[in-house]
Every structure is written in structure tokens, then in C-alpha cells.
Design a protein around this ligand. Structure first.
Ligand code: 5GP
Ligand code: ZN
Length: 103
């Protein structure tokens, strides 16, 4: 999708610090971390938000990817967050899951 910043990151048109890439997903550090570890798990496909998501497997993959990254980062506890829509605090209209944790 044109002019979508996360599509551009997925396509490596703008840089990001990647921690994971799979067939369906990428994950990279949030540019403005709100916790010591703040990673975004992002679908390669442009889906605007959870509201538009039709494939439940993709949501499951996102959660399992975040769990795997948390394990690699030795996070004992963490938060997983989907902001959905403007009223839900979503600023970037490309589906992403926040993994937040660390001391
Ligand atoms: P949202 O509010 O849409 O759930 O979260 C968007 C997140 O993307 C924010 O935490 C913000 O810091 C992050 N972000 C925005 N632009 C960029 C960018 O260009 N690169 C990276 N790595 N993160 C970004
Ligand atoms: Zn996009």
C-alpha cells in the first residue's frame, strides 16, 4: 500500500532494527520505545487493523511470534497490545502487535 510506513519497512524501503522475519510477519524495535523492550510484530500483508483482519491464524501467529521473541529476550513477564482504531490509540493503520516489557 502506497504511503504506509509499515509497508515501507516490510519492503525494506526504510530501515528498522529487525528481530524476526517469517513468511507472514516481521518484527522490529519501536522507534519510540515506551518500555526497555518495545517490539512491534507486523504483518507483511497490509491489513489496516484488527477490525479488518479476517484470518484468525494470522492473529495467532502474531501472538506466538511475540511470545517467542519475549522468550529470546529472557522476558519473564510482558504486555501484548493491539491498539485498534483512532479511539483505541492506533496511529499507524497497518496491523501490529506491541510487545512491551523489561526493567
Ligand atoms: P500504534 O499507536 O499505531 O499502535 O503504534 C504505532 C507505533 O509505531 C508507535 O509506538 C510508534 O512509536 C511506532 N512507529 C511509528 N513510526 C515508526 C517508524 O518509522 N519506525 C519504527 N520502528 N516505529 C515506528
Ligand atoms: Zn501497510
Amino acid at each position: 500500500m502506497d504511503n504506509c510506513i509499515f509497508c515501507k519497512i516490510v519492503n525494506k524501503e526504510i530501515p528498522a532494527d529487525f528481530v524476526l522475519e517469517s513468511e507472514e510477519l516481521v518484527a522490529f524495535d519501536d522507534i519510540h520505545p515506551k518500555t526497555p523492550i518495545h517490539i512491534l510484530v507486523v504483518t507483511k500483508a497490509h491489513v489496516a487493523s484488527i477490525k479488518e483482519l479476517e484470518n484468525p491464524e494470522l492473529a495467532g501467529e502474531m501472538v506466538m511470534a511475540a511470545k517467542g521473541i519475549a522468550h529470546e529476550k529472557n522476558l519473564d513477564g510482558y504486555k501484548l497490545l493491539f491498539n485498534v482504531g483512532r479511539e483505541g490509540g492506533q496511529e499507524i493503520d497497518h496491523l501490529h502487535l506491541h510487545l512491551m516489557g523489561g526493567k
